[in-house]
Design a protein around this ligand. Structure first.
Ligand code: 6QQ
Ligand code: MG
Ligand code: ZN
Length: 322
């Protein structure tokens, strides 16, 4: 039977200054529009005998359960889902993953930030929030996203996997848990190091296309793929990227306001000042995003060359604003 979604335990800062322009096509439901289309495009509905009305009910529930936060809302999840869809088609890995892995990857992307409160793990931990207590400070947000995603599946009219066998469901759940947990930035260094070691080993083996046998190797590439999709804003053209940054800063600044009101140290990237945005984005790109995308670029060479150029241009845009 259906059990209630775990409480957030924190009130979410309400952004009054956010105007959401409605897209003429997807209207109020960008997540459903994009995800349903991708499921159709990849023939997942037929392959897994997914009942269309259940898919719509599930996607509607995902959209409705998101918090009204400036950046980590249904638009971001639709964006990551679409980016994942594109990355799965990259040259060199297009035929590597089977339809079960693709189903898990698209599903993980669309649920990876569900019910996000617009606050960071460090904030939830230092404020001793219910979520941090529930998940013992370990990947607090990511555990919550996974729990909410699977709780929403418990209602029969939303159970899009009702025609999977118990064993298929277990493997799908394992993959989705692994991928969503991999979007925790605290895991970044290990995840990227393991990815680089894998690619180094494959290069040593000499064959020019990627062959992945073990579950661990296969899920490692998928974990890095969703991590790339999650951090793909700065690989997009500047006019798109700057809109994401504006939303992100509103969200970070609201957390900074909450930290100040609670008498806590303000997280460096949440400080309201004109140079914070550029300084932190340059730091974030140099420390995390560029190394990750460079490694991805070596896997799918030359597919990601344009992405790497756009990333460099966006970094220069920040540097010019300093
Ligand atoms: C516009 C961007 O592309 C920047 C990505 C967000 O900017 C940062 N994100 C950071 O960590 C997270 C990255 C991904 C996610 C989350 C946190 C929570 O949900 B999520 O999965 O979307 C850190 Cl540590 C720093 C920055 C900076 N600047
Ligand atoms: Mg997240
Ligand atoms: Zn995300």
């Amino acid at each position: 039977e259906e059990t209630p979604i775990p409480e957030l335990g924190v009130e979410t800062p309400q952004p009054e200054e956010l105007r959401v322009e409605l897209n003429p096509i997807s209207g109020e439901r960008p997540l459903t529009a994009i995800t349903y289309r991708i499921f159709q495009e990849r023939d997942l509905i037929r392959t897994f005998s997914i009942e269309p009305h259940k898919l719509l009910s599930y996607l509607f529930a995902l959209e409705d359960s998101y918090q009204q936060v400036p950046y980590h809302n249904k638009l971001h999840r639709a964006d990551v889902c679409q980016s994942m869809h594109v990355l799965l088609n990259s040259s060199g890995i297009k035929d590597v993953f089977n339809e079960f892995e693709i189903l898990a990857a698209i599903f993980a992307a669309v649920v990876h930030d569900v019910h996000h409160p617009g606050l960071t793990n460090p904030f939830l931990i230092k404020t001793k929030s219910d979520l941090a207590i529930l998940y013992n400070n370990e990947s607090v947000l990511e555990n919550h996203h996974i729990a909410v995603a699977f709780k929403l599946l418990q209602a029969d009219e939303r159970n899009i996997f009702s025609n999977l066998s118990a064993e298929q469901m277990e493997t799908l759940r394992r993959r989705v848990v692994d991928m969503v947990l991999a979007t925790d930035m605290a895991k970044h260094k290990t995840l990227l190091a393991d990815f680089q070691n894998l690619l180094e080993a494959k290069k040593m083996s000499g064959n020019d296309y990627l062959t992945l046998e073990s579950y661990d190797d296969r899920i490692l590439v998928l974990k890095n793929m969703i991590h790339c999709a999650d951090l793909s804003n700065m690989t997009k053209p500047l006019d798109t990227y700057s809109k994401w940054i504006d939303r992100l800063m509103v969200e970070f600044w609201k957390q900074g306001d909450a930290e100040r009101d609670l008498g806590l140290d303000i997280s460096p990237m949440c400080v309201r000042s004109p140079t914070t945005k550029d300084k932190h984005q340059i730091g974030f790109i140099n420390s995390f995003v560029h190394p990750l995308w460079e490694t991805w670029g070596s896997l799918v060479y030359p597919d990601a060359n344009t992405i790497l150029e756009t990333l460099a241009q966006n970094r220069e845009w920040h540097e010019a604003s300093l």
